[in-house]
Ligand binder design. Structure first.
Ligand code: 0X9
Ligand code: ZN
Length: 419
């Protein structure tokens, strides 16, 4: 009888590819700030044990770390942190409730959608691609779209090009959606495209002097999985040799520049799994090939993530700075200032290692270190952890508005210095 009940429960909960779906009822996000090296060291060890979902990673003494624990895990985690003398606060009181509320809001917004594309709710992969196609059809002198690859699960990956000038114009490569659960990223990238296209007359000078190469969702399988199965999925969806049936690779540990040297895991069940080899993930290879295709003209690479409100530049693999870091820092400061002026959101500027943590195999490091794109940045969008990855869709437009202003600082700078 008990085994029958187990089988029924198993079927009701739904099990995909050997990974039981997580139960977030009563789950919390705790924020702990290490105050000394030994606490930091302990948190790093905990991260690598891969028991908890670290929403932000331990970087340095004094830098807060957000850790998600299920209701079942919470007592142990709280006891462990207390034993270490690590102060923590409950940052999100019930992740299950938050996910439920956001699902209801998303369903409501989808039901009331007036047009195929808007920025009042988050959009699925096919919808975003169809919208890009429609722009290219409507504005053939300004936009074009091209199939450039196929994801692991067979989704077509597209490159959207924006600009009215020759191919030899300086270029800016923009991508989003590398990490599946960071939904604000594709939303903001599409917001930026929409602004530039809608106000193409106002931006005609820029568009005639700079080319934009945009891929708003570079991890399509993971992104879709985060809608259909597991909202908090981060990685790609490729099969691994994991005995426990764990799937997927962290795309931002998979690039071939100091791969696997630091801040990455060789455990396929880890959210920081770097893959069996550099560029094991077809999606990252597709983006790599597009960057290489235009690299002679690319002056900037912007990759959009969330959350924490940061504007980061290389390196992620070392605490050394690139020799031209002052150039990157000063442009980023100007962008952060412009962004701040819109809704008074503060973005911290600095190198990945100095502001965040050491992590090798990121696309930003590769773009600068291998492709030679000088101004390579990772943007960590809103918020600072109040909602974390479950950012309400009502924040898409304000995020878009402020990020657009920061983006324009970079775009105008490239025009003024390279065209
Ligand atoms: O850890 C990451 O991949 C990024 N943060 S996130 O919370 N979106 O996962 C930061 C990447 C910074 N760049 C490198 N580590 N190279
Ligand atoms: Zn990310």
């Amino acid at each position: 009888m008990r085994s029958l009940a187990f089988v029924v429960a198993f079927l009701l909960v739904g099990v995909s590819y050997g990974e039981p779906r997580k139960d977030y009822a009563g789950a919390q996000v705790l924020r702990a700030t290490p105050e000394n090296e030994s606490q930091l060291h302990y948190l790093r060890g905990l991260l690598m044990k891969n028991v908890y979902d670290f929403w932000t990673e331990p970087g340095a003494v004094g830098r807060p770390v957000d850790i998600l624990a299920t209701a079942f895990q919470l007592p142990v985690l709280k006891k462990t942190l207390a034993r270490l003398g690590l102060d923590f606060s409950v940052h999100i009181g019930n992740v299950g409730d938050l996910l439920k509320e956001s699902r209801i809001a998303q369903e409501r917004a989808e039901a009331h959608r007036q047009s195929s594309m808007d920025w009042n709710s988050y959009h699925r992969y096919d919808g975003i691609m169809a919208w890009l196609e429609s722009l290219a059809t409507e504005y053939p002198d300004l936009c074009s779209i091209e199939d450039v690859g196929t994801s692991y699960e067979g989704r077509t990956m597209k490159l959207f090009r924006l600009g009215s000038g020759p191919d030899t114009n300086p270029g800016i490569f923009v991508d989003g959606g590398l990490h599946a659960r960071e939904w604000i990223s594709p939303a903001v990238v599409t917001y930026i495209i929409n602004e530039l296209v809608r106000d193409r007359v106002i931006y005609s000078d820029l568009l005639s002097k700079v080319n934009f190469y945009v891929m708003p969702v570079i991890n399509p399988d993971g992104y879709e999985y985060s809608f259909t199965d597991e909202r908090l999925w981060r990685k790609t969806r490729s099969d691994t040799d994991s005995a426990r049936g764990c799937k997927g690779v962290d795309g931002n540990r998979n690039w071939a520049f100091h791969w696997m040297e630091v801040g990455a895991s060789d455990d396929p069940c880890s959210n920081l799994y770097a893959g069996p080899e550099a560029f094991s993930e077809v999606e990252m290879r597709v983006v790599r090939d597009q960057i290489l295709r235009f690299k002679d003209n690319l002056k900037a690479y912007l990759t959009f993530h969330s959350y924490s409100q940061l504007l980061l530049y290389p390196w992620g693999y070392t605490s050394d700075l690139p020799e031209d870091w002052r150039d990157l820092d000063s442009l980023a400061q100007d962008a952060a200032d412009a962004l701040f002026r819109v809704h008074h959101k503060h973005y911290k500027v600095g190198s990945v290692t100095h502001v965040l943590y050491e992590a090798a195999g990121g696309s930003d490091d590769w773009a600068k270190g291998v492709a030679g794109v000088k101004y390579s940045y990772t943007l960590e969008l809103r918020d600072k952890g109040h909602y974390g990855f479950v950012l309400p869709a009502t924040e898409i437009i304000p995020s878009g508005e402020e990020t657009f202003e920061g983006f324009m600082v970079v775009a105008n700078f490239i025009r003024d210095h390279y065209s």
